[in-house]
Write a protein that binds this ligand. Structure first.
Ligand code: IMP
Ligand code: MG
Length: 178
């Protein structure tokens, strides 16, 4: 699939992301302090860089597992129907769970995943999203912790893609079609 030409303008620097993650990790640590059974559930693929940095700031015993839900395909429009493409490898029944998402946009993905995982009866479940676009919300959900609230812009970098590209940028940038 081809795309109109675009450029990327930096929105959040690598340094700001790192500083924010230190604070988030401290808050998450304080919340789950004393746990011996925290499972980090990363939503593929956009959260992989965030998780890598977050777990290295988190001084708790953790396991890391991944779940893949379908989202945009190759467009910039969200689909309301959320499908599970890859489920967790491990059980979360009775465990403490932290769901890690890259962006909460309409909210369909996170609310679907939270409902699905709640059915498995974890002991506790919280959510953290690196980015939140509150103006786009269609489902009433908010992550327990949010890195940054951003305006309604299509963003890439730090794990987040546009049609599978730009995940390797060290910062968050917005896509500007030229
Ligand atoms: P939601 O279900 O509408 O909340 O969409 C959440 C998912 O859509 C996120 O996990 C991202 O994968 C994707 N998404 C939302 N906004 C953007 C964006 O600006 N750039 C890239 N992907 C996005
Ligand atoms: Mg996603």
């Amino acid at each position: 699939m081809s795309h109109p030409p675009y450029e990327i303008d930096q929105m959040i620097s690598a340094k700001s992301i790192a500083a924010r993650i230190e604070v988030l990790a401290r808050e998450i640590h304080d919340h789950f302090d004393g746990t011996d059974k925290l499972v980090i559930v990363g939503l593929l693929r956009g959260s992989f860089v965030f998780i890598a940095d977050l777990v290295r700031e988190l001084d708790l015993p953790v396991e890391v597992d991944f779940l893949e839900a379908s989202s945009y395909g190759d467009s910039t429009e969200s689909s309301r129907e959320v499908r599970i493409l890859k489920d967790l490898r491990g059980e979360i029944h009775g465990r403490d769970v932290l769901v890690v998402e890259d962006i909460v946009d309409t909210g369909f993905t996170l609310s679907h995943v939270v409902k699905l995982l709640q059915n498995r009866e974890p002991a506790r479940m919280e959510t953290v999203a690196l980015l939140d676009k509150p103006s786009r919300r269609e489902v009433d959900i908010k992550a327990t912790w949010t890195g940054f609230e951003i305006p309604d812009e299509f963003v890439v970098g730090y794990g987040i893609d546009y049609a599978q590209r730009n995940r390797n940028l060290p910062f968050i940038g917005k896509v500007r079609f030229t």
